[in-house]
Design a protein around this ligand. Structure first.
Ligand code: IFM
Length: 439
């Protein structure tokens, strides 16, 4: 059973999240090409080479989707703007139709009593910027600052919160070291530079928004609990290294102005010249910090070049994307984040699971998702009871959507989407949450 709203402190906020490329339908409304379009069109990168051209058609069906949020008793909608929809070439020309769309969306939220929580960038980089080296090019901080200004000038007066970049680890490591996301690179120099430039762009965007008088500005990072695969000191060191580049690089840069020492031997030769000086920008003060949390990984040492480790399959029950279910990890990271963020309000900005949902006789009985959410919400309550300043929790995701390299196969939504008809059907988890949030 899901904990009720009244079992959380007064004012605790509940929301659901989506992102532009995953739900909107990128083919609509004059958006420019992105590196995800070409990555998806390249054989072997994405299941069935699917892309976000139509996705959930949130671009046209946003009213129905906002109604679902309202009827589900949510307080906040966490959404993102597509850089290529707003500025099709990434710089210069603004696509009025794209900006108008976000304007209507924000007004639609306010009309329904929903708080708009903006993420400026959730992974679809305009192709012309990818051509210039994308996140490897230091100039991206300025380009991103300009994009931020365009969005902030139009929407900034009505947003509840704003964060520059979703999950910097995915933009940096997953996309440039593991090659699993666009642009699909596997290069340590590209990785080190991208990870640093993501932070520089983050700080630049915060300064731009502050300069325009915006409030409630934050950051959203993802965390994965790193457990040693066995009791050996080698496995402990491997897990610690994984933890350093996954969980501590970005938060440490933003709040301490330094990178974890474990990474420096491998990273320092590749960081851009003068990188230490950038911390003045990267450390731009924030009003809140958001954690996205889903799973843990077991890490073992492995032969080969740095980082010389590998993931080992763990024994815990798994979600439909093979991720172990480990709710205690959320509690761990809420405590760990506080070591960096102190008394700053924290939010769980994403949490949820992919489940093998089946629509039968008009409904989806996703009891596994209800159990997952309940277990993680209880870990939130545990952290709150210990004094962690956690102020809200967002489910990923409102809708089944485009799960990046896994295409449309993997369903994370509280609402089922039939990708042939685009019909939305709220799942049992949606109804359970709606009830819990009323109590
Ligand atoms: O779908 C993604 C989302 O884009 C970012 N966080 C994790 C989700 C599930 O993989």
């Amino acid at each position: 059973m899901l904990p009720s709203r009244s079992s959380f402190p007064p004012g605790f906020l509940f929301g659901a999240a989506t992102s532009a490329y995953q739900v909107e339908g990128h083919a609509f409304g004059g958006a420019g090409g992105t590196h995800w379009d070409t990555f998806a069109a390249t054989p072997g990168n994405v299941v069935r080479a699917e892309n976000g051209a139509r996705a959930c058609d949130h671009y046209h069906r946003w009213g129905e989707d906002l109604d679902l949020l309202r009827a589900g008793n949510f307080d906040v909608y966490r959404f993102s703007t597509s850089w290529a929809r707003v500025m099709p070439e990434g710089r210069g020309r603004v696509n009025a139709e794209g900006l108008d769309f976000y304007d209507r969306l924000v007004d639609g939220m306010l009309a329904r009593g929903l708080k708009p929580a903006l993420t400026l960038y959730h992974w679809e980089l305009p192709s012309p910027l990818a051509d210039l080296g994308g996140w490897r090019n230091r100039d991206i901080a300025g380009w991103f600052g300009d994009f931020t200004e365009v969005v902030a000038r139009r929407l900034g007066d009505r947003l509840w919160s704003a964060a520059p970049i979703n999950e910097p680890w995915c933009v940096g490591w997953l996309s440039h070291f593991l090659g699993q996301h666009a642009p699909g690179m596997r290069d340590i120099r590209a990785t080190a530079r991208a990870m640093h430039h993501v932070l520089l762009a983050h700080g630049t965007a915060i300064k731009v928004m502050r300069g325009l008088g915006m409030k409630n500005l934050g950051a959203v990072c993802n965390f994965e609990y790193a457990a040693p695969a066995d009791a050996s000191p080698e496995a402990a060191a491997a897990a610690q290294l994984y933890d350093a580049y996954y969980n501590r690089f970005f938060i440490s840069g933003m709040f301490r102005g330094e990178y974890p020492a474990e990474l420096m031997a491998a990273f320092a030769p590749h960081l851009p010249e003068g990188w230490q000086d950038d911390f003045a920008t990267i450390r731009a003060p924030l009003d809140w910090f958001g954690l996205n949390y889903y799973t843990r990984k077991l890490i073992a040492p492995a032969p080969g070049p740095w980082p010389a480790h590998r993931e080992v399959e763990g024994p815990l029950p798994k979600t439909d994307v093979g991720w172990e279910i480990f709710p205690e990890g959320l509690h761990h990271f809420l405590r760990m984040a506080q070591e960096y963020t102190g008394e700053l309000p924290l939010y769980v900005t994403e949490n949820g699971m992919a489940a093998p949902d089946r629509l039968a006789a008009g409904s989806v009985h996703d009891a596994d998702r209800i159990a997952y959410l309940a277990a993680h919400l209880r870990q939130c309550q545990r952290a709150i009871a210990e004094g962690v300043p956690l102020r809200g929790y967002f489910c990923w995701s409102l809708l089944d959507n485009y799960e990046w390299s896994l295409g449309y196969d993997k369903r994370f939504g509280l609402v089922h989407v039939d990708f042939a008809t685009l019909r939305r059907v709220p799942k049992a988890s949606y109804h359970a949450l709606a009830t819990a949030l009323q109590r």
